[in-house]
Design a protein around this ligand. Structure first.
Ligand SMILES: Nc1ncnc2c1ncn2[C@@H]1O[C@H](COP(=O)(O)OP(=O)(O)OP(=O)(O)O)[C@@H](O)[C@H]1O
Ligand SMILES: [Mg+2]
Length: 98
């Protein structure tokens, strides 16, 4: 699994836009990709919700759960279709949802 982190303290620098484009480009190349959205504004998740296509998967997480999110991605356990009641992921230690 390759992990790409897009970070900048500067607002409006294009982090979200670049992440979405990279994920879509990966999908167009036949690669599975998932976006972990650590921004409390969750604008990547809002973008996902505005689309009919479920992929790329977008998983909003609090930054304190990044390690678990990466573990879940490594295990290939991000669901293709996320539950409509919450855009959580299965917790690695059980059925708890984050
Ligand atoms: N390469 C680009 N050329 C022109 N406009 C761009 C480019 N990348 C992003 N933008 C525009 O810049 C604005 C900010 O982009 P974006 O929301 O991706 O930034 P961000 O770094 O994620 O912001 P925030 O810090 O608020 O999360 C958006 O209106 C976006 O459409
Ligand atoms: Mg952003």
């Amino acid at each position: 699994m390759k992990t790409v982190a897009l970070l900048s303290q500067k607002g409006g620098a294009g982090k979200t836009t670049l992440a979405l484009h990279l994920a879509c480009a990966a999908k167009a190349s036949g690669l599975a990709s998932a976006i972990i959205d650590l921004d409390p504004q969750a604008s990547a998740a809002a973008w996902h919700d505005s689309r009919a296509d479920e992929e790329p998967v977008v998983v909003p997480l609090p930054y304190t759960r990044l390690a678990q999110g990466l573990d879940t991605a490594r295990a290939g356990s991000f669901p293709q279709r996320l539950p409509s009641h919450g855009r959580g992921i299965p917790h690695p230690e059980g059925q708890k949802r984050v």
